[in-house]
Structures are given as structure tokens and as C-alpha cells.
Design a binder for this molecule. Structure first.
Ligand SMILES: Nc1nc2c(ncn2[C@@H]2O[C@H](COP(=O)(O)OP(=O)(O)OP(=O)(O)O)[C@@H](O)[C@H]2O)c(=O)[nH]1
Ligand SMILES: [Mg+2]
Length: 423
């Protein structure tokens, strides 16, 4: 199965907790605080590679979690940073935020990297809180907790040239003849079930050709396989349109040509603006006389000036086609990557406050606003705890809890702190 759109879950690593520690050795009975900071969590990084050409591997693995940062330690040792999670994707993969349907990155070049989610920051160790007033702080800061997110990967093949035409007209055979690709070829329609890419070399230069399979009438509305693959020709700069001149299996060159063009147009108006090179394929199968008669009628009807008669078996027209493609490509600028529509995918949630009721009747408060607030106060310190209570009230958390049915004597859990509510 070919997979060119998949939703996965990604989560960067949380930051490690700062340490609480005091220096003790033979010389210093009461040494100063020496708890180190927590390490930063690993990031989620996408990296494009030409080694892959489908999203197939994501069918089995859909969850990617980067390593958490390690906690700080004594002797001011900073915790080890979490390892980044590098997710390899085929070149041409576009990342989309499923919540907004907007493009967050286009990995259109081999080796391109995109940091989708940054790891959480490490918490400060107690050494950080040492001051002239507070010589022995016995608290540290929690690491930053980051939330996971869903992201859609969509593959939009990067090729200079797209080979289009009805099933069985010889697209894959031609690709195998002009490029290094080795696609499956057989005498039945829909042999190719995903786009093949090949690099074609001519006159010391090269370009990438994609074989776009499965186009038939109605493809743009979901018939055949074509609708899966039309997105792969969105980025080509030139179309090579194959028409089976032998008209085997009841094909008709004129209606074939019209139908394919109509499907391209229905899918995207932009495709109609692309230059097409018309190739009459399998020309070894009919006599020159018959061929000329058909072509004459065809070019007159569609006012076509430029075409090539080609056979992948006798190689007639193959060199001519390669040169013509190169000549045309030189005149057409490279397609730019897709416009990024959303830049703040990695924006941390700092506003949400959620409450859930646990099975044992306790209330649990969580959410981005709580996470960032809790990191700012040291709740294990009694003075800070008083401040913490006041702020909870000011933030409206107490009212929210009451609305959810909290009464005197109920347990409230916030992070690793649990307390009994009393008016
Ligand atoms: N005689 C002749 N047969 C050809 C030529 N090119 C391809 N064929 C044959 O036509 C059949 C279809 O070829 P493919 O290359 O698989 O066709 P396709 O357009 O890729 O077909 P789908 O993948 O089904 O869309 C195979 O049996 C090929 O051997 C040619 O130039 N001459
Ligand atoms: Mg094929």
C-alpha cells in the first residue's frame, strides 16, 4: 500500500528537575547549596531524505517521543539533555497542523530539517536560588513539561517532469528507459500503484521524472487511483503526456488526450498552465503510414505543433525526448517550496486551565497555565505555598473548582502536590 498522507503524534521531551543538594565534606560541615539545573528535553526534528520515497514506515509507527532531560544532581551537575528525536521523511513531505489545516513546513530539499517542537527547559537547582538573604534554599524548580501534538505528513513528490497518460500506455516502461528507475511493468492497467521517481541524465545534466499512475476519467473525483497521486504533479514544471498511438485495447488517442487533460484541469487550474510535451507511445506497433495518418488528424484537431513519436522497445524518439525535456526545463524556473502558513506550531500552551475529577473523588488541576505557574513558585517552600494559594484564587482556579462541586475537606491535586481544601 502506498501511503502519502498520515497523521502522527509527536512530543518533545520534558525538562529535568533542578536538584536540591548541599555541599558536605570533611572541610565544610555546612556547605552551600550545590544542586544543579535539570537538563533540557529533546526536540522533535523532521529531516528530509532522498533515501525514502513513501510514508510507508509511518503506517506502523505513529508516535514519536523525544527523550526527557535528566534531573540535576549534586556538585552543581546539570542534568543530561534529552536526545532529540529525528524523524526521517521523504523529500517533498509537507507538514500540516491538523487543528488548523495549515502548512507548518515544506521539506522540499534533501537534508532539510525542521524543528517542530522544542524540548522543555530544565528546572533550576537550589544553587540558583542562593542569595544574600537566602543562603540555604531547600527547594528547586520543576522542569518544563511540554504537551504532545498531532501533525499530518503529506507527501508531494518533488520532480521536474511528470509522466501522465492512461493506464498501460507505457509510462513506467519509458521511465525505466530514460532514467535509473526500475519500476514494475506489465501488460495490464494499474500496474503502478504509487508514483515512481527516476533521475534522467542527458548532455551532462540531470532532472527528476515522476511516473504518475492511475489517471482515468473521473480521477479528480476519486475514480481509479489517480486522485491519490494528482498531488504529486502539483509541483512538476513540465508534463510529458503519453498517448498510445497503437490504440490497443480499444483506446482512442483523441478522447484519451481530452480526458486526461480534463482531469488535470479539474484537479488544479495551475496544471493547465504547464507546458506539455506530447509523446505518441508504442509507435513500433503500427506502420508508419497508419501512424502519420492518425497524427495528422490529431495535431490538426488540437493545434499541436510539437510532438514526438516514441518506442521504448526500439528506442525511437528516446534521445530526442530527453533533449527536448532538458531544453524546456531550462526555460522554466524551479518551483518554490510551499508557503508556510503557520509559524507558531511550537507555541507553548500557557493559557489553559483544566479540571478533572478522579475516581477517588479528588480534583486534579492541570493545563498549560498551571504548568507554567507551578514552575514559577516553589511549592515545597512554606512561604511560597502561601503565595501559591493566593494566586490560585486570583487566577479563578478556586471558583472553577467550586463550580465543579468542590467542598470543604475535598482533596485537590496540582502536579505532585496534593492538599485538602478548607475555606
Ligand atoms: N510494443 C510496445 N510495448 C510497450 C512499449 N512501452 C510499453 N509497452 C508495453 O505496454 C505495457 C504497459 O506498460 P507500462 O509501462 O507498465 O504502462 P504504464 O503506463 O506504466 O501502466 P500503468 O502503470 O498501469 O499506469 C507493458 O506490457 C509494456 O511492455 C513500447 O514502446 N512498445
Ligand atoms: Mg506503470
Amino acid at each position: 500500500m502506498f501511503l502519502d498522507r498520515v497523521k502522527i503524534f509527536v512530543k518533545a521531551g520534558n525538562g529535568g528537575k533542578g536538584a536540591v543538594s548541599f555541599l558536605r565534606n570533611a572541610q565544610t560541615a555546612n556547605g552551600g547549596p550545590d544542586g544543579g539545573d535539570g537538563g533540557r528535553g529533546g526536540s522533535i526534528i523532521f529531516k528530509a531524505t532522498d533515501e525514502m520515497n513513501t510514508l510507508y514506515s509511518f503506517r506502523f509507527k505513529k508516535k514519536f517521543v523525544a527523550e526527557n532531560g535528566a534531573d540535576g544532581a549534586k556538585k552543581n551537575q546539570t542534568g543530561k539533555s534529552g536526545k532529540d528525536e529525528i524523524i526521517l521523511v521523504p523529500t517533498g513531505t509537507v507538514l500540516i497542523n491538523p487543528k488548523t489545516d495549515k502548512i507548518i513546513a515544506d521539506l522540499s530539499e534533501n537534508g532539510a530539517e525542521f524543528v517542530a517542537l522544542r524540548g522543555g527547559g530544565g528546572g533550576h537547582g537550589n544553587n540558583y536560588y542562593k542569595s544574600s538573604i537566602k543562603q540555604a534554599p531547600a527547594y528547586s524548580q520543576l522542569g518544563e513539561v511540554v504537551q504532545g501534538k498531532e501533525v499530518i505528513l503529506e507527501l508531494k513528490t518533488i520532480a521536474d517532469v511528470g509522466l501522465v497518460g492512461f493506464p498501460n500506455v507505457g509510462k513506467s516502461t519509458l521511465l525505466s528507459v530514460i532514467s535509473n528507475a526500475n519500476p514494475k511493468i506489465a501488460n495490464y492497467p494499474f500496474t503502478t500503484i504509487y508514483p515512481n521517481l527516476g533521475v534522467c541524465e542527458v548532455l551532462g545534466e540531470s532532472f527528476v521524472v515522476a511516473d504518475i499512475p492511475g489517471l482515468i476519467e473521473g480521477a479528480s473525483e476519486g475514480l481509479g487511483l489517480g486522485h491519490y497521486f494528482l498531488k504529486h504533479i502539483e509541483r512538476v514544471r513540465l508534463i510529458v503526456h503519453l498517448i498510445d498511438i497503437s490504440e490497443s485495447e480499444g483506446r482512442n488517442i483523441e478522447s484519451d488526450y481530452e480526458i486526461i487533460n480534463k482531469e488535470l484541469e479539474k484537479y488544479s487550474k495551475k496544471l493547465t498552465t504547464l507546458k506539455q510535451i506530447i509523446v505518441f507511445s508504442k509507435c513500433d506497433l503500427i506502420s508508419e503510414e497508419e501512424r502519420n495518418k492518425k497524427i495528422e488528424k490529431f495535431v490538426k484537431k488540437f493545434k499541436i505543433k510539437d510532438y514526438i513519436c516514441l518506442s521504448s522497445f526500439t528506442f525511437q524518439g528516446v534521445e530526442e525526448l530527453k533533449k527536448k525535456i532538458l531544453e524546456n526545463l531550462k526555460k522554466i524556473p524551479k518551483t518554490a517550496p510551499l508557503q508556510v502558513e503557520e509559524f507558531d506550531f511550537d507555541k507553548k500552551d500557557v493559557s489553559s486551565i483544566e479540571i478533572k475529577r478522579n475516581d477517588d473523588g479528588s480534583f486534579e488541576v492541570y493545563g498549560g497555565r498551571i504548568e507554567s505557574f507551578v514552575r514559577g513558585v516553589v511549592i515545597s517552600d512554606p512561604k511560597s505555598f502561601a503565595y501559591f494559594q493566593t494566586r490560585l484564587k486570583e487566577m479563578g482556579v478556586i471558583d472553577m473548582l467550586k463550580e465543579r462541586g468542590m467542598k470543604n475537606g475535598d482533596t485537590v491535586i496540582i502536579k505532585d502536590l496534593s492538599f485538602i481544601y478548607e475555606e
